[in-house]
Design a protein around this ligand. Structure first.
Ligand code: PLP
Length: 384
């Protein structure tokens, strides 16, 4: 049987990982500046995480949501504390798309409406409603295209207000920093007005923190620097450090009804253990502060190069925008320098999403590689 051939796969087989490094099947070591799509938060195979999961596995891997699971309560308490989203409720699922699907569904139940507003260049996953709120036709099947969706540009508040004022919008979903779109952010003014207009019109505001959340930007949630409180926050990726777990935080004003949401695997014992372990290590290792410090180091190194390459993002959600397509550069970094980086919809942008355990000296490896490959165009060698 062959695999259903939907992924563009590099000639690279990774067989093990340790902290910020991964190793291929020939024993070569690679610096992981991509974290496998922003998933690795506390480092590959962190010893505390491995122990917590191994211990739980030897006790109980799974039982269904038909019985009590105190690990879920422990996780919701810990999330309340670290995110300062007091009194929010937690619903657990298994991926980012599922988190957004449930968020959108809940907003629709709550408001009794079905229209969704989302933003150009956003990405929210590949389940039915989640995929319909993107502008990438290639991933929207006719089945998904049935949803009632309007896509707007960031920062056009007049247009936003006009659409919301019709009173038929169940939810607005946005990324505080667009991941796959290429690290663009809306302005503070726009987000604050958006939040106010949602409130005035009874529309549920959903912050998709699947990629930018869980400490990656130096704040636990990236929306927090806008000074707003969304009604629903979706999470996944870094939440489980590789174990599939996702969830939504839900404002106390949105009331649950038995059976309205559900998942067989959601919030299982291993998933909760992985998320608890991630939260514990984020605090123990002060990783949010570390993300801010590393960002500053990265910025300083870039400034030293005297380059006109544009730095985008916050904390350890970084984008370097060049004035040429970076696909070839990414491959050279990977195969020649053994540094893994990511791409985005913006072909000129190198996306860096390293484990939050990265240290400044690891970035030196990246900058040395860049200097070797691009002695040229925008980076001025004389300034090095
Ligand atoms: N939301 C955002 C912002 C994402 O970046 C992604 C994945 O890249 C998703 C949702 C979907 O997450 P998943 O692939 O876990 O379904």
């Amino acid at each position: 049987m062959s695999l259903f051939d939907v992924y563009s796969v590099y000639e690279l087989t990774i067989v093990r990982g340790r902290d910020v490094y991964v190793y291929d099947d020939e024993g070569n070591r690679y610096l992981d500046l991509y974290g496998g799509h922003a998933v690795i938060s506390i480092g590959h195979s962190h010893p505390g995480y491995v122990k917590a999961l191994s211990d739980q596995l030897s006790k109980l891997a799974f039982y269904s949501n038909a019985v009590k699971n105190p690990l879920q309560d422990e996780l919701s308490d810990h999330l309340n504390d670290i995110s300062a989203m007091q009194d929010y409720q937690l619903f657990l699922c298994n991926s980012g798309a599922e988190a957004n699907e449930n968020a959108l569904k809940l907003a629709s139940f709550h408001t009794g409406k079905k229209k969704i507003v989302a933003f150009e260049n956003g990405f929210h996953g590949r389940t039915s409603a989640a995929v319909s709120v993107t502008d990438n036709d290639k991933i929207i099947s006719p089945l998904n295209a049935q949803h009632d969706v309007e896509l707007l540009p960031f920062d056009d508040i007049e247009r936003f207000e006009q659409v919301l004022s019709n009173g038929d919008v169940a939810a607005v979903i946005f990324e505080a920093i667009q991941g796959i779109g290429g690290l663009d952010e809306p302005s503070i003014d726009f987000v604050q007005s958006m939040s106010r207009i949602c409130r005035e019109n009874g529309t549920v505001l959903i912050a998709d923190e699947v990629q930018c959340g869980f400490g990656r930007t130096g704040d636990f949630f990236a929306f927090s620097c806008f000074g707003i409180q969304p009604d629903i926050v979706s999470m996944a990726k870094g939440m489980g450090n590789g174990f599939p777990v996702g969830g939504i935080l839900i404002h106390p004003g949105l009331k649950p009804k038995k059976g309205m949401l559900g998942s067989t695997f959601g919030g299982n014992h291993l998933a909760c253990t992985s998320a608890l372990s991630v939260l514990k290590e984020i605090e123990n290792m002060d990783l949010m502060n570390q993300a801010r410090l590393c960002h500053n180091y990265f910025k300083d190194q870039l400034d030293l190069l005297g380059t006109d390459v544009k730095l985008k993002g916050r904390g350890l959600m970084l984008g370097l925008e060049f004035d040429f397509p970076v696909d070839q550069l990414r491959q050279t970094l990977m195969f020649k320098h053994h540094v893994l980086t990511g791409s985005s919809k913006n072909k000129n942008l190198l996306r860096l999403l390293p484990p939050l355990t990265i240290q400044p000296h690891h970035f030196d490896i990246f900058f040395n590689a860049l200097n070797q490959e691009l002695p040229w165009k925008s980076i001025q060698r004389s300034a090095i």
